[in-house]
Design a protein around this ligand. Sequence first.
Ligand code: NAD
Length: 275
Amino acid sequence: MNKIIDGKAIAQQIKDECREKVAQLKDKGNKFTLAVVLVGSDPASTVYVKNKKKACEYIGIDSLSYELPEESSEEELLKLVEELNTNEKVTGILVQLPLPKHIDEDKIISAIDPNKDVDCFHPMNIGNLSIGRPGFLPCTPAGIIELLKRSDIEIAGKECVVIGRSNIVGKPMALLLLRENATITIAHSKTKDLANVTKRADILIVAVGRPKMITAEYVKEDAVVIDVGIHRDDNGKLCGDVDFMSVAPLCSAITPVPGGVGPMTIAMLLSNCIV
Ligand code: NAD
């Protein structure tokens, strides 16, 4: 196993598998269309949306773009979601987050037809996940499970610590690790003596949202470290929540930023689009 986990290469494998599956399903008459909704012109969101549409094109599925102005009302967005829910051609709906502050994200997510919720944010899909029913998988956490499995890192029976308890990463990550029979601890902003907790981890997943916060003092020797964070440092270079230079020498495997978890999120979104 390479010490540096190549998320870009593993994501490419998954995209190629999706492309093959789409070709086979097309022969049987199955077609997929992802509707991508962007409200406003946040630069990061605009790039994410562009990349998602490009990825759809790569695997051979259609995508439709809906770009609404920043000042659009919650009612207007709800109306669009409702139209997409009932549009039979549309098989997946993605509303790019974050939404402008005057729009209630929870309300929008809950309005998406759970059967078209390819981001797996809808309460029904998260509920299904938590009681072990089949269905969509949350993209970033599912991408991390794939990274571990395809790097031959065993999960069952391992001590896993997840730093972060967000609805998008931390909580669903813990659920997926539990499903893989790991022993899980979730650490968060109120956790006391964080280093004492994280040093127990055979597999440490960091989704804390603070640039380079996790240094060698937080990591057990030979642990596997997965860095979910994405930031720009003072020099404008991309970095993660983990201080790579400090942690890499002591762990057995680590994901870089960029080229680790990031590419996996889109790959898993594509997988969800073709189920
Ligand atoms: P968030 O801000 O919603 O959650 C951060 C979590 O960290 C919170 O649950 C909080 O309790 C915890 N936390 C904050 N400070 C802490 C501290 N000092 N000690 C311990 N815990 C602390 O963030 P998120 O949406 O879960 O995202 C986390 C990071 O991952 C961000 O950098 C985000 O940009 C990135 N992200 C990357 C991808 C990807 O595809 N690679 C996807 C989603 C999020």
